[in-house]
Ligand binder design. Structure first.
Ligand code: NAD
Length: 248
């Protein structure tokens, strides 16, 4: 029996990186997993295959998190395929980093659409299902950058700070229906994406972190597991920093 036995989770943007780690951890803990990807059809199929070993139901869906129609269609399809949904992890996100001086309106708007509108879209889409069953856990992946800001990431920081305000508001609105909504703010997480960076630069980042290492997708996934499970039944409207002590 895992911590998520009998529960169905939707995880957005799970073909790689942190989302993939969350999908793996959830399946290992007995959850049925419905995950989304945008363009990586092959990676999505590979993950669907890989997760079969844990013996729960796993299905990948092609869905653009920045589109409301896609979010609505996704939730309807998952409810039909799995018979319900209990957990939503809004993980899909992008960066378009540059200094404000060079940042175009398009760079700003696209990051807001993918990172922030996506959280609104999925929460709206799943709300009725959660209200009917009088339970649900929503976990939004923010960032330490949304808490403290970062030069060269004004668009990304705005989207991630927006997620925090949204999370707290939803927690206040839906708490009386036993629907919980929390955010996770990861620090520097080492994924396929950071593996291509210069090793010296990465080492300097690690040295600046109190725990002296970058985080792993699994570190973030374990925090998600806690917030998704009944172990966190009395926790809502919170931001959990998973950052090796970067924020104190
Ligand atoms: P990643 O680029 O490896 O993964 C992001 C995923 O989102 C990909 O699978 C991508 O296909 C998907 N995606 C992008 N746009 C999408 C869309 N419109 N619809 C559906 N899916 C879409 O990045 P990651 O490092 O795994 O990041 C995952 C989340 O964690 C993001 O929200 C990111 O902002 C956040 N985060 C990452 C770090 C870090 O250090 N890696 C730190 C803080 C927060």
């Amino acid at each position: 029996m895992g911590l998520l036995s009998g529960k169905t989770a939707i995880i957005t943007g799970a073909s790689k990186g942190i989302g993939k780690g969350i999908a793996e951890t959830f399946a290992k803990q007995g959850a049925n997993v419905a995950f989304t990807f945008l363009s990586s059809v092959e990676k999505g199929q590979a993950l669907e295959q890989e997760l079969q070993q844990y013996g729960t139901r796993v299905k990948g869906y092609r869905s653009d998190a920045s589109k409301m129609e896609d979010a609505e269609a996704l939730v309807a399809q998952v409810v039909e395929d799995f018979g319900g949904v209990h957990i939503v992890v809004n993980n899909a996100g992008i960066t378009k980093d540059t200094l404000l001086m060079r940042m175009t309106e398009e760079d700003f708007n696209r990051v807001i659409e993918v990172n922030l509108n996506s959280v609104f879209n999925m929460t709206k889409a799943v709300q009725r299902t959660f209200l009917k069953q009088r339970s649900g856990s929503i976990i939004n992946i923010s960032s330490v950058v949304g808490v403290k800001g970062n030069a060269g990431q004004a668009n990304y920081a705005a989207s991630k700070a927006g997620i925090i305000g949204f999370t707290k508001s939803v927690a206040l609105e839906l708490g009386s229906r036993n629907i919980r909504c929390n955010a996770i703010a990861p620090g520097f997480i080492e994924t396929e994406m950071t593996a291509v960076l210069d090793e010296n630069t990465v080492q300097q980042w690690r040295d600046g972190i109190p725990l002296k290492r970058g985080g792993s997708a699994e570190d973030v996934a374990n925090a998600c597991l806690f917030l998704a499970s009944d172990m966190s039944g009395y926790i809502t409207g919170q931001v959990m920093n998973v950052c090796g002590g970067m924020l104190t």
